[in-house]
Design a protein around this ligand. Structure first.
Ligand code: TIU
Length: 221
């Protein structure tokens, strides 16, 4: 067993049970006119991590390890969008409304797509998720069980919302979770650093955190 240099201590990697999960690297969170921007956020922060997310994905492809992509989105009829979610944010442009990239966070719309630089390739799993956590109302748990995956390396956005929620869901379900620090971002720099601190506090209460080069070195060793 190779370990990955990580905080608060080395991550005990099981290479044949490891997958990368890339959370919500969609145009809606990183381009002007999308959902993230409609909430008043500076989406340029998200664009900056794209090269590192790409490098991490390429590393997993080179190592022949599984990759799962998630997309936050809702059905066109919005039957999976509760008012408690739709009514948040800027009421002038809400989920389901027509924006410059199509209907905000609706499956199949141009703005909902994963960034072209990070697009899934054949054989990679794509999970469409209506919530913040990727296990809620999706097939993710079954996919992981079928493939014998027990450990997840996390990338994507935003650190304290969909990434952290999914890490907590995964941790409760018995998965060992490792967050790649360079491949995640928040609209709020302080939320990213505090989320990272929370995740690895108390002896990795939610999971580990690691730097991209240490992850890539370990999986390609
Ligand atoms: N608003 C925000 O920070 N995040 C989300 O709404 N979704 C995800 O994190 N994917």
């Amino acid at each position: 067993m190779t370990s990955i240099k990580a905080e608060p201590f080395a991550f005990p990697m099981k290479r044949d049970a490891l997958a990368l999960i890339v959370i919500d690297m969609q145009r809606d969170f990183s381009e002007p006119g999308g959902f993230g921007a409609s909430l008043g956020n500076d989406v340029g922060r998200i664009t900056k991590i794209v090269p590192d997310v790409k490098r991490l994905i390429q590393g997993f492809r080179d190592a022949d390890l599984p990759i799962i992509h998630t997309m936050e989105c809702h059905r066109p009829d919005m039957s999976d969008l509760p008012p408690a979610k739709r009514n948040r944010g800027n009421p002038s442009l809400r989920i389901g409304d027509e924006g410059p990239m199509g209907r905000i966070l609706i499956a199949g719309e141009p703005g909902t797509a994963i960034l072209s630089e990070l697009a899934p390739v054949d054989g990679e799993v794509v999970i469409e998720k209506p919530g913040k956590g990727a296990f809620y109302a999706t097939e993710l748990g079954d996919v992981l069980k079928q493939r014998g995956i027990q450990q997840l390396v996390f990338a994507g956005v935003t650190t304290e919302v969909c990434v952290q929620t999914t890490m907590r869901e995964a941790n409760d379900r018995g998965y060992e979770c490792l967050l790649c620090e360079e491949a995640t971002e928040s609209y709020f720099p302080e939320f990213k650093s505090v989320a990272i601190a929370m995740i690895r506090a108390q002896g990795a209460i939610v999971g580990w955190t690691a730097h991209i080069d240490d992850i890539l070195e370990a999986i390609n060793a």
